[in-house]
Design a protein around this ligand. Structure first.
Ligand SMILES: Nc1ncnc2c1ncn2[C@@H]1O[C@H](COP(=O)(O)OP(=O)(O)O)[C@@H](O)[C@H]1O
Ligand SMILES: [Mg+2]
Length: 267
């Protein structure tokens, strides 16, 4: 029974995408997995999964109107998920302290509970972080991401939450980016994966079909397998990369390479 929160200091770094695709990857590997959308203000998990609003959501649970077990729905590949439910006027009445009990009770019936957290350290994000025993920290390899990430790390340590590792997202290996080793030194946490900036990931969100389902051999999906394989008891065979899932840089260099190849042959 593992309860893992996907957290970050900044918004837009790719938490929800990772939470959704990691949960799907675990479910596909036959692990009993429940994904919880604890970003009550955004509710983007349902959008990414392409699942419409559910009658009972985490909102009802946090308001004390429902048991979390009645807010569990079937997702793709055997994944179960708890939607957040989006209703701005009711957010004020939410009691975030109820989240921990909810996650604990889900953990009783599953191998992995993956919690998608809101960004930052507001009461909603704090509740999401404290609801789990383990944490994956998502950053982008840029200086502005570091201070916020260190704050999350310190909150995790204060609350005895195990930091599994850092995931560096939107990696292009541009020379302005912080390199992997420097990230590790700066944060004092191991990097469990670098996820490339993958057009297919963005496209999948727009199509409401998670990339791990749509294109399991995409660069994004392969990085998620690598992350899943750092979790205890998980051993997923790495899928060979598909040609059309390569990053823009390798595509470009291949294109240039073949251009020169053709010229050489023509001579
Ligand atoms: N590695 C990636 N490559 C390309 N697009 C990505 C990647 N990770 C996330 N995205 C896209 O970036 C946007 C923000 O991601 P999201 O997961 O919603 O971030 P957060 O939950 O941290 O706010 C989404 O449109 C998502 O599809
Ligand atoms: Mg999000």
């Amino acid at each position: 029974m593992h309860t893992i929160v996907i957290a970050s200091g900044k918004g837009g770094v790719g938490k929800t995408s990772l939470a959704v695709n990691l949960a799907i990857t675990l479910a596909r590997a036959g692990k009993k997995t429940i994904l919880v959308d604890a970003d009550v203000a955004m509710a983007s998990v349902g959008i990414m999964l392409g699942i419409d609003r559910a009658p009972i959501s985490l909102h009802n649970v946090l308001m004390g109107d429902a048991d979390v077990r009645d807010a569990v729905y079937d997702g793709p590949s055997g994944l179960k998920y708890v939607p957040s439910g989006l209703s701005l006027d009711r957010i004020k009445k939410v009691d975030y302290a109820k989240l921990k009990n909810a996650v604990d009770s889900l953990a009783d019936t599953s191998e992995f509970v993956v919690v998608d957290s809101p960004p930052g350290l507001g009461p909603d994000a704090m509740a999401a972080i404290k609801s789990c025993r383990e944490l994956i920290l998502v950053v982008t390899p840029e200086p502005t991401s570091m201070a916020d990430a260190l704050k999350i790390k310190s909150v995790a340590e204060k609350n005895n939450i195990k930091v599994i590792g850092v995931v560096s997202n939107f990696v292009t290996h541009d020379k302005t980016e912080i390199r992997k080793q420097d990230l590790e030194t700066l944060l004092g946490i191991r990097i469990i994966a670098e996820i490339p900036d993958d057009f297919e990931a963005r496209r999948s969100s727009a199509m409401q079909k998670p990339v791990a389902l749509r294109l399991p051999a995409a660069a994004y999906s392969r990085a998620v397998i690598q992350i899943a394989n750092t979790l205890p008891g998980v051993e997923i065979k790495m899928i060979e990369g598909s040609k059309n899932s390569k990053g823009i840089f390798s595509k470009l260099s291949e294109a240039i390479g073949s251009l020169f190849g053709k010229k050489n042959r023509a001579r």
